[in-house]
Design a protein. Structure first.
Length: 260
């Protein structure tokens, strides 16, 4: 599929996926959501795509939200379908085996913050501003924000951010545990690529199963989560990567993982 609104570049397994609609601060309209869903599906089944970084084009924004001009005319039914469409993208990132890192280079508002929260973790630039302005538009977050933010930082801070519609700085987002690290704007993408390359070099089956255990385990009782973890741990002993990783340790050499 040709993408009108996405730039995709693969450098040795580290894929940088850039939302490229800077004239609208990369706002997510239906077309961008369709393209994102399809790009993520393609990347999930591309053995050459080991880690994905999502970022926004231009100097100003990661993604300034769902497209308000498109939403302005929606009926209740269309609003519901639009939310479900956005949620499919967020869920696809959570369900895919490939790790996804958000590099938040500017405004991450509404659906843009939801896109970042849908990733496995977030790096931000000092310029980033994060928030949920939906209530200022007479609506509420609809691409998973109420669920993902409250699970990540607890309900009280999520309530404050969502009820006020205020933006917070990258530093505050760091203190609240929304972002993992904050970098100077010119460093952000390189730092994300550095971390992505480190992940791309380890046993990716172990990473994929750990991602699965963390994401699914959060929806289980602790005992079920432990059981699930042990099952996935056991499955890894049937892989070539486990044999290679442990043999390399014993032989005092660097492991060469094949993802098999
Ligand atoms: N949807 C559509 N267009 C948007 C947009 C959005 N979310 N955000 C910015 N744009 C457009 C602007 O309309 C403007 O286009 P024109 O030049 O054609 O007028 C262009 O991008 C540049 O934006 P501004 O001139 O507003 O830039 P600024 O620097 O003055 O302000 C901003 C930046 C504070 C981020 C401001 O653009 C803004 O408040 N944007 C909207 C943020 C928002 O409310 N997001 C939540 C959307 S609702 C949502 O996401 C629902 C959900 O959960 C699914």
């Amino acid at each position: 599929m040709e993408f009108k609104n996405l730039l995709i570049e693969n450098a040795e397994g580290v894929v940088t996926l850039t939302i490229n609609r800077p004239q609208a601060l990369n706002a997510l309209n239906s077309e961008v959501l369709t393209e994102l869903g399809s790009a993520l599906y393609q990347l999930e089944y591309d053995p050459g795509a080991k880690v994905i970084i999502i970022t926004g084009a231009g100097e100003k924004a990661f993604v300034a939200g769902a497209d308000i001009k498109e939403m302005a005319e929606m009926s209740s039914y269309e609003g519901h379908r639009f939310a479900v469409k956005g949620q499919h993208v967020m869920m696809a990132m959570e369900k895919m085996k490939t790790p996804v890192i958000a590099a938040v280079n500017g405004f991450a508002l509404g659906g843009g913050l939801e896109l970042a929260l849908g990733c496995d973790f977030i790096y931000a630039s000092t310029k980033a501003r994060l928030g949920f302005p939906e209530v200022t538009l007479g609506i509420m977050p609809g691409f998973g924000g109420t669920q993902n933010l409250a699970r990540l930082i607890g309900p009280n801070r999520a309530n404050e951010l969502i009820f006020t519609g205020r933006m917070i700085t990258a530093e505050k987002a760091l203190a609240w545990g929304i972002v993992n690290e904050v970098f100077a704007p010119e460093e952000l993408l390189d730092k994300a690529k550095e971390t992505a390359a480190a992940i791309a070099g380890v046993g990716l089956l172990g990473v994929a199963y750990a991602k699965d255990a963390i994401a699914n385990g959060l929806n289980m009782t602790k005992e079920d989560g432990f059981r699930y973890e042990a099952s996935l741990f056991g499955v890894l002993f049937a892989t070539e990567d486990q044999k290679e990783g442990m043999a390399a340790f014993v032989d005092k050499r660097k492991a060469v993982f094949t993802g098999k």
